[in-house]
Design a protein around this ligand. Sequence first.
Ligand SMILES: *Cc1c(COP(=O)(O)O)cnc(C)c1O
Length: 435
Amino acid sequence: MKGGVFGVIQLNADDFPKHYYNILPDLPEQLPFPLNPETMEPVKPKDLEPLFPKECIKQEFSSDSLIRIPEELREQYIFLGRPRPLYRALRLEKKLGLPKGIEIYYKREDLSPVGSHKPNTALAQAYYGKKQGFENVATETGAGQWGSAVSLAAMFNELKAEVFMVRSSFQQKPYREILMNLFGAKVFASPSEHTSIGKKLLQEKKNFNGSLGIAISEAIEKAVSDEKTFYSIGSVLNHVLMHQTIIGLETIKQFELIDKKPDVLIGCVGGGSNFSGMVYPFMEKKLKGKEDFEVIAVEPKAVPTLTKGEYRYDFADTGKMTPLIKMYTMGYDFIPEPIHAGGLRYHGDSPSLSLLKKLGFLDAVAYLQEETFEAARIFANSEGIIPAPETAHAIKAAVDSALKAKKNNEQKTIVFNFSGHGLLDLAAYKQMQRA
Ligand SMILES: *Cc1c(COP(=O)(O)O)cnc(C)c1O
């Protein structure tokens, strides 16, 4: 059988998708528009041109179901190891004592050079930016996952990357900075001397440790004030989620190869990009009433946007520089506990994911940090791969779903997105062991 040997389901390079899937035209309701906070009028695509490549803005508002991936960009994805394998978690299943008929699968997004799904969109944004004639890309990063992806993508597309990294992470997590430097990026501890916002904060001796909100403001300032620089964003927006759909499109083909269909789809949610990337291509059939399956979005109890947040218009950033978007939110000024899963600390969720939750097309669960690390340890100790603390949330949900099926004597095929590895998070594992 092609691909299914020993639980590793592989595709060939020419099976890599030729299109991204855009869920917008298939949504049961019109997605609420982003609003300009001053006028409360819908944001016009033109307003975004100082920030993003035009092609990204076009994709953001597109009503086409399929958006063609340019051949040169496909080559970049393939060169960086796509399509990625789908694994059956045979050893985890055994460790959990699952009976025949309950199967767990996971998609290996950890296999990118920076260890997460994030290059899937960073590459596309860098490619479109370069095509339009930009020379530099500016972005922010918290713990460094997104900054690493942008640095890699910039290098591949011959752009210079400038990354504003929250100063507290810059000091506590030196390895990501080293990685970004190796790819030729300039990394600034934020607040920095390189923007007027940063200078002002440093002079006032305010917020010296920085925050993601401040780093976003610095990157945006950089892009707006220099016409050769665009701004790259790692999650939440429609076009970002759409670039990630290559994950689910590949996974659909992989399940076809083994002649199965998942009953449960799972992903962890920060802004929603890796979750949507896995789930949206499957969701098309659920939205059209052709298939039914369970969909579980997993979040930390420390940032319970989908399980406890409000569905309303809110700012996308702490600095109130962005348009208002309608989403589940804890409030733009929410300060979450410093959990290890830094990628899941965002105060809101992508608008399309929020709408689908509101309309009942997906369930959300929240877990405590301790429970997720326990699941990650079981996974590492059976499958031999160390999960990122974010990914540990998806694993916990997959394990719970499998054990529930066992208890109820049900047959279940479960798949989750393995969003990233935890090899640069070993200190967190050590801390959690002591706790
Ligand atoms: C950034 C990140 C996440 C969360 O971001 P989403 O946009 O919700 O996908 C999850 N897992 C890993 C490994 C990450 O780096």
